[in-house]
Design a protein around this ligand. Structure first.
Ligand code: ASP
Length: 307
């Protein structure tokens, strides 16, 4: 078994190998055991300083990284653009160079522009982790989704995963597609035609417009949020109509003659993509995803620190 990652930065799932993913999953399983102990902290990243720099809103991802860093005993500094000098006109590189002048070893960054974390790697020495760049990739979300499926189903090989909703604006969708294909799962995307990228089949995924057929086909449905903040034009008439055609409710699940796992990266728009009785049902592993997020991010930070 490989002991080190093949990369120094985690910019996207596209850049890492199936062996890297397997190593992250194995390491995450160990850390999951650690964070369920009464003493949840290990000294692995003592003397490492990590800056979490978020130029876009986040609840889960930022908290999850911060908790993962603290469980590994790293020193942590947090920065969010809403209360920083970016508002005063400072460039991204100046902001980051100032943070690095304070001797930071790793940077976790979320940014609205595609490629912003990649740009950073060309200018700074620290390890960079992409916590979401625009509509491009969100690699740790895909890793925690994959790890959650692995824990629930025992393997990803041959499993059928439907990614349902706003595929066009979702970085979670792209990272999940790369990861699932690399790990041998079958992937389908489902949503209104206006929210499916053209030529998406070129990534080796099936395309389905009817949500009932997608649910009938899959073992796991990963349901995505409608990313209204990224939609410059109207892609469907109203949220009510979207929910009528694409919203998943308990009745639809009880009509299936099989078990199905429901996932969602959060934040959920209850009553739009998922009804509350599905989000809170025995089918849903949404809160397990959140728990696994901490273990997976501990694994990524720990492994990148050795690279
Ligand atoms: N939290 C995820 C992201 O940052 C999904 C979402 O916002 O809908 O992309």
């Amino acid at each position: 078994m490989q002991q080190k990652l093949s990369v120094r930065h985690l910019l996207g799932i596209k850049d890492i190998t199936p062996d890297d993913i397997a190593l992250i999953f194995d390491t995450a399983a160990n850390f999951k055991e650690v964070i369920n102990r009464p003493i949840k902290k290990v000294p692995s990243l003592r003397d490492i300083t990590i800056a979490n720099i978020f130029f876009e809103n986040s609840t889960r991802t930022r908290l999850s990284f911060e908790l993962a860093e603290k469980r590994l005993s790293a020193d942590v500094v947090n920065f969010s653009s809403s209360n920083s000098s970016v508002k005063k006109g400072e460039t991204l590189l100046d902001t980051v160079n100032n943070i690095l002048a304070m001797k930071v070893d790793m940077v976790v960054m979320r940014h609205a522009s595609v490629g912003a974390p990649h740009f950073l790697t060309q200018h700074i020495k620290a390890n960079v982790i992409n916590a979401g760049d625009g509509t491009h990739e969100h690699p740790t979300q895909a890793l925690l989704d994959g790890f959650s499926m692995l824990q629930k189903l025992g393997s990803l090989q041959g499993k059928k995963v439907a990614i349902i909703g706003d595929i066009l604006h979702s970085r979670v969708a792209l990272s999940n597609i790369f990861l699932l294909k690399k790990m041998g799962a079958e992937v389908m995307v489902c949503g209104p035609k206006t929210l499916l990228p053209r030529h998406i089949e070129a990534l080796g995924v099936k395309v389905e417009l009817e949500v009932k057929k997608a649910l009938q086909w899959c073992d796991v449905a990963n349901v995505l949020r409608i990313q209204l903040e990224r939609q410059q034009i109207k892609y469907f008439p109203s949220l009510r109509e979207y929910s009528l055609y694409y919203g998943i409710n308990k009745k639809m699940l009880s009509e299936l003659d099989k078990e199905i796992v429901i996932m969602h990266p959060g934040p959920i728009n209850r009553g739009v993509e998922l009804s509350s009785d599905v989000a809170d049902s025995e089918h849903s592993i949404i809160l397990e995803q959140v728990e696994n997020g901490v273990a997976v991010r501990m694994a990524v930070l720990y492994l990148l620190a050795q690279s």
